[in-house]
Design a protein around this ligand. Structure first.
Ligand code: 6PG
Length: 243
């Protein structure tokens, strides 16, 4: 019974698409749909963006396609689900990645791209300040998943997984750059929409555990996003049961 319950709980809205190109297109469409829905309902949209490599073609596709014309850019504020403790022009910076993709041809929107100050000297104070800036709830949180099952910068076994009072905290990750800053589980729980993007054969085993295995958020923090919509490519979905 437990397995069935776990399986029942682990069944998010799942879209399996052919490849990264298809994932980029479908995810870009979902982001635009979500932003338009929020602006139609409340006059504004607050989106927290994932970093890393998977979202790069998503943001490029959104910015370069006809989809961009459907985005009410003046009503959207862009935030970050996490950031590395590096300067804004560092190649490892998620803020730099978003500047170079989503907003590459929209410098006027940069004023609405709110950098997460992970490299601040007083990281605790900077995290608290960013949390005050971060709308509650967010309209959309875009997340990825690491091969170790992390999401944002919520890594397996991290004390940040138990944080309920703070919405943004500084953390130490397992790989360079070690110092990071991340949203905490309550921010994912309260978001109006959650979108998770996973691509590549290297993630197939972890994805199968996250979506089909027992609930164990401490080991697989990406399970915090099971309530969301998961867009995954066929390579990452290779080990998912059909049933
Ligand atoms: C980051 C991301 C991180 C990412 C996963 C997957 O800052 O690195 O926010 O959580 O989503 O590590 O990264 P890839 O998309 O590069 O595989």
């Amino acid at each position: 019974m437990v397995a069935a319950r776990a399986r029942a709980v682990n069944r998010p809205a799942l879209m399996v698409v052919a490849d990264l190109r298809a994932l980029a297109r479908r995810a870009a469409e979902r982001i635009v749909e979500s932003v338009r829905r929020a602006v139609a309902a409340r006059g504004a949209s607050a989106v927290a963006l994932a970093g890393g490599e998977t979202p790069r073609p998503v943001y490029e596709t959104l910015a370069a396609s006809a989809l961009a014309g459907a985005v009410p850019w003046g009503a959207v504020d862009w935030y970050f689900a996490d950031e590395r403790a590096v300067p804004a022009d560092d190649p490892e910076s998620n803020h730099r990645m978003v500047r170079e993709t989503l907003l590459a041809s929209r410098p006027e929107a940069l004023a609405r791209l709110h950098r997460m100050p992970a490299d601040a000297d007083d990281a605790e104070a900077a995290a608290a300040e960013y949390a005050r800036l971060l709308p509650d709830p967010l309209d959309l949180v875009v997340l990825g998943m690491g091969e170790d099952g992390h999401t944002a910068s919520l890594f397996p076994g991290s004390p940040a997984l138990d944080v309920r009072a703070a919405r943004v905290v500084p953390v130490m990750g397992p790989s360079v750059p070690f110092r990071r800053m991340t949203i905490t589980p309550p921010v994912i729980d309260s978001a109006r929409e959650v979108l998770v993007l996973v691509a590549g054969a290297g993630k197939a085993e972890t994805l199968a555990r996250v979506l089909g295995g027992p609930l164990d958020v401490r080991a697989l923090p990406a399970q915090l996003a099971l309530r969301g919509t998961w867009i995954v490519d066929a390579a990452a979905a290779r080990l998912l049961g059909g049933g």
